[in-house]
Design a binder for this molecule. Structure first.
Ligand code: PRX
Length: 653
């Protein structure tokens, strides 16, 4: 979030009550009901969550709703047996909803596929049997590196069905990132595709996987899905014995595959995300609590109704796609729109055209996309009929009030409530959000805690304060269960404050007189670029791999569209302090290779020195001040104050 945005958020005083029409039919429609239910969810969490969980189907009931005996390793619904795929697919496929559209997919070139719940049931079973035929069973790790095609959702559900642990890798990551994740999770199978469309270009996923898994002895097979099952597809080189075409293997397997009975605390998936130190961490989510949390949040926050057409524009490669494209809405029996391509392909009207064409009623997107649309101009919006929309959502970063107002007026035409949802990969589902039929909204605020969420703003000692660190003071069902292979890092990252009593999400926030939360952004060295989390330490270690680089410091700076952009200060070896464009492009290539193109910095500044304390610690705070043109804070601890002047000049050059 930019300083400007923080300023405007601080001055924000507009309040928008929920539209009366919306409130009339909403699942929850009075503040008194919200408050009473929220109170109950905290006073009687076992009763509250037990009742919610009963709305899902269980093969065997749980013994205990919450077991806190090994805090912070919580257990929810211990002893219970269920399968999230059963709740997301089977229970809808067998009844009156069998012929309802589950997934309405549109490819970037405009091709379409619609899968009813019955179709989805059939496809998921077939996919599950293909995985089984390759030796995948309960507890095995399966990596997915796929474009946004229906098979991505199908494969995720197929893994869940047979108890395999899915690890989805966003298809913008590089071969090196694929390798790191596959190695860390010891994935047995990698599922990829022959290609996918992105801004008119074909993503060559298979060759990236080939490069990535070359050093991954755990990988027994690479399963390759054709993007278009009805054509010859894109050419791919296949490695004899290792690589298998999905469409060929699918013909040989049985169409029936029962759901594995999973223990509530069995691992459902790993999803890698960046932290402030070290390599990305494999966030662990288990079946029971995650099912219940995503089910209930999707139901109440998106106010899902049988006739809704729900579209979340995220990629299934991120947590938003896991929880609010696949598991949350499908457990509610919703019709979900899935779109393969870019928002501006072939032109910046694409999203609005899609809403018009598919009669979308609920639309969930990210502030960075909203800001891009604002820049592209209102004429693209005006061409489309958006009258079917009844609810809008925002996720991924703080939304600046200006973008909120544009979204409200231009997209929602002033009549759709906006749910600004705060949460993280680690939280599994939404924790702070308005309820659309209840909560008066304020542009830029994620408003109030969801049921069962005990959120507070605390100082370092754990006292409540109007502005400070966001804390969640009790566990909720979707809480991460750990970091794969690194329980110590789990404890140190999330339970490092307040003597380990409360969960620390890494965000700073403030609370206003109405008790509304205003999350302002990360307080650690994690930067949120277009809603993608990037650890500055990760980037710094990429730069120092280059033989000419001695040291680097990477910071986040305000960016008009992306929310935040990255700036790298790079100290060269020897006497060279000017660098060159060649070196700059070599460093950019290195970032693309190690992480992915989306992590490329906005600026690389070569320098003879970096501002350091006398003990040699880089003062990133001063670098941020230089980049934002702020007057510099306390510089008395600087070893060599003259560095600052030269950096200032270089930055503005
Ligand atoms: O800083 C918060 C920001 O995004 C971080 C989580 O990133 P990730 O795990 O990639 O998940 C993104 C999708 C849930 C948070 O620590 N963030 C996310 N949503 C909001 C937000 N900041 C302010 N307001 C939000 N609505």
């Amino acid at each position: 979030m930019t300083m400007e945005n923080i300023e405007s958020v601080l001055q924000e005083s507009r309040v928008f009550p929920p539209p009366a029409d919306f409130a009339k039919t909403a699942h929850i429609n009075s503040m008194d009901d919200y408050r009473a239910l929220h109170r109950r969810s905290l006073d009687d969490p076992f009763g509250f969550w037990g009742e919610v969980a009963s709305e899902l189907e269980w093969f065997k009931p749980w013994r205990e709703v919450l077991d806190e005996s090994e805090k912070p390793f919580f257990k929810w619904f211990s002893g219970g047996k269920l399968n999230i795929c059963h709740n997301a697919v089977d229970r809808h496929a067998r009844g009156s909803m069998a012929n309802k559209a589950a997934i309405v997919w549109e490819g970037e070139p405009g091709d379409e596929r619609v899968l009813t719940y019955r179709d989805l049931h059939r496809e998921v079973q077939r996919f599950a049997n293909v995985l089984k035929s390759l030796g995948v069973g309960k507890g095995d790790s399966v990596a997915l590196y796929l474009p946004m095609i229906p098979e991505l959702a199908i494969a995720v559900l197929a893994c869940a069905r047979i108890g395999a642990v899915h690890s989805v890798i966003f298809a913008g990551f590089s071969a090196d990132s694929v390798r790191d994740r596959v190695q860390d999770a010891s994935s047995k199978i990698v599922i990829t595709g022959d290609g996918g469309w992105r801004r008119g270009k074909v993503l060559e996923l298979k060759s990236i996987v080939d490069e990535g898994v070359a050093d991954c002895p755990s990988v027994e097979h690479v399963l390759v899905v054709r993007r278009d099952p009805f054509t010859e597809g894109f050419p791919c080189s296949m490695q004899e014995g290792r690589d298998v075409w999905y469409h060929e293997r699918a013909k040989t397997v049985s169409p029936h595959c029962p759901c594995e009975e999973m223990d509530a605390e069995d691992l459902l998936f790993l999803l890698y995300t960046s932290g402030s130190t070290g390599k990305p961490k494999g966030i662990m989510h288990t079946v029971g609590g995650y099912s219940v949390h995503t089910y209930l949040t999707a139901k109440y926050i998106f106010d899902l109704r049988p006739k809704d057409v729900y579209w979340c524009t995220a990629d299934v490669g991120w947590i938003t796609g896991h929880s609010y494209i696949v598991y949350g809405p499908l457990q509610n029996g919703a019709t979900v729109v899935m779109y393969e391509g870019a928002p501006n392909a072939p032109d910046p009207g694409r999203f609005w055209e899609l809403i018009d064409k598919h009669r979308v009623t609920i639309f969930y997107t990210a502030p960075t996309a909203i800001r891009a649309f604002m820049k592209w101009g209102d004429e693209w919006v005006e061409k489309a009929d958006l009258s079917t929309l009844r609810l809008l959502g925002s996720v991924g970063e703080p939304i600046n009030p200006e973008a909120w107002m544009w979204y409200h007026e231009k997209i929602g035409k002033g009549r759709c409530p906006i749910v600004d949802t705060w949460w993280q990969t680690e939280t599994g589902g939404i924790l702070l959000s308005p309820l659309p039929g209840v909560t008066p909204t304020k542009p830029g605020s994620a408003t109030l805690p969801f049921f069962g969420v005990d959120a507070a703003i605390l100082d370092a000692e754990g006292n409540e304060t109007p502005s400070g660190l966001l804390a969640i003071r009790r566990p909720w069902p979707g809480i991460l269960r750990g970091i794969w292979g690194d329980p110590e890092r789990f404890k140190q990252t999330y339970w490092c404050n307040w003597e380990g009593r409360y969960y620390f999400p890494g965000d700073g926030a403030r609370r206003d007189d109405d008790g509304y939360f205003w999350v302002v952004g990360r307080v650690d060295d994690v930067v949120n670029v277009s809603g993608h989390r990037i650890g500055t330490a990760e980037l710094e270690s990429v730069f120092v791999e280059h033989p000419q680089v001695a040291e680097s410091a990477v910071i986040g700076v305000p960016h008009e569209i992306k929310g935040q952009g990255l700036v790298a200060f790079v100290l060269l070896r020897g006497t060279d302090s000017t660098g060159s464009d060649t070196l700059r492009s070599e460093l950019n290539d290195l970032v693309s290779k190690r992480i992915g193109k989306f992590a490329k910095p906005e600026k690389i500044i070569f320098s003879a020195d970096l501002p350091k304390t006398r003990s040699g610690k880089i003062m990133r705070r001063l670098l941020r001040d230089i980049a934002t043109g702020q007057s510099l804070g306390n510089v008395t601890t600087l070893a060599d104050p003259s560095v600052i002047e030269s950096l200032k000049t270089k930055y503005t050059d």
